[in-house]
Design a protein around this ligand. Structure first.
Ligand SMILES: NC(=O)c1ccc[n+]([C@@H]2O[C@H](COP(=O)([O-])OP(=O)(O)OC[C@H]3O[C@@H](n4cnc5c(N)ncnc54)[C@H](OP(=O)(O)O)[C@@H]3O)[C@@H](O)[C@H]2O)c1
Length: 260
């Protein structure tokens, strides 16, 4: 690794995370990331191994399971080590493997935040991300509900996912935004401007599908470590969250730092 590359990013200027994190979407039932992960104990062991390897940023969402990804994280990692940061999301729910519902109403988000507190077994959610903008609800209203939860001491930092520049600016006008999570990888660079824009504002950019998972078949040809290394080199505000169900792949992914 070259000396001028930071291995950590300060989320919201206050929570230092290893820029090589872990995405928990696949620790759920298949197909459709629906239901509990069938190999529950293996999933727990994988999460614990990640912490042993120095991973301290875990990305989850209400929609993963739904709720099951949050629950396996808590089962594996609670009580959390002091430096472990858990991110979850709300505003998208799932009622069947192929039935995904976007609901950004303030009352829904408020209820989901309360449920995430229970599922993650915390009194304060480190990072709560709006999973997707609900086209029926002004983003100010959705983010306003998360901001109210922040003011009430239930959420520490606010993030946004699947967001464009216009909505990001609107959200930033009513609350501090710590992270943006959008699809981005070497094979699909449409978000390049937003990576730079978030960097200028001290906002983490969390690319999903970093390894070119379906439907980004083009990216799948890239060896995993090279794909991750490219992202980590691309900008110091990038925090990657490769998803894996294999401890071998996890170990390989963490070794990416040797290449960067
Ligand atoms: N905000 C959003 O809308 C959104 C959408 C999608 C995903 N996400 C987040 O992003 C995270 C990552 O996305 P993703 O899981 O779709 O895609 P990904 O991380 O790009 O790819 C995961 C796939 O790559 C494989 N893999 C992982 N490490 C590997 C390695 N070293 N060598 C070979 N194959 C490897 C995994 O299989 P194995 O299990 O066999 O390792 C899995 O099939 C998710 O967990 C979730 O947290 C967010």
């Amino acid at each position: 690794m070259t000396n001028d590359i930071n291995t950590t990013f300060n989320l919201g200027g206050e929570l230092a995370v290893n820029r090589l994190g872990y995405g928990a979407m696949r620790l759920t039932g298949q197909p459709g990331n629906f239901g509990p992960y069938p190999k529950w104990d293996d999933g727990k062991a994988l999460l614990q191994r990640a912490v042993e390897l120095g991973v301290n940023f875990f990305d989850s969402a209400r929609a993963y399971g739904p709720e099951w990804a949050d629950k396996i994280i808590a089962d594996a990692l609670h009580p959390y080590a002091e430096n472990v940061v858990i991110a979850t999301k709300g505003g998208v729910d799932k009622f069947a493997p192929d039935q995904i519902v976007t609901d950004g109403l303030p009352a829904t988000l408020t209820r989901q935040i309360d449920q995430a507190l229970v599922n993650l077994r915390v009194e304060l959610i480190d990072l709560f991300q709006l999973h997707r903008v609900d086209p029926k609800v002004a983003i100010e209203e959705s983010v306003g509900a998360i901001e109210a939860a922040r003011q009430a001491g239930k959420v520490r930092l606010i993030g946004l996912s699947n967001i464009d520049r216009t909505n990001l600016d609107r959200a930033m006008s009513i609350a501090p935004i710590a992270s943006v999570q959008n699809r981005f990888n070497q094979a699909e660079e449409a978000q390049s401007d937003l990576v730079d824009y978030t960097a200028e504002h001290g906002i983490a950019f969390i690319p999903y599908g970093p390894l070119g998972a379906h439907p980004m078949k083009q990216g799948a040809a890239l060896p995993a470590q090279e794909a991750l290394a490219w992202l980590l080199r691309r900008s110091p505000n990038i925090v990657v969250i490769p998803g894996t169900t294999s401890i071998g792949h996890l170990e390989e992914n963490v070794r990416t730092w040797d290449l960067v």
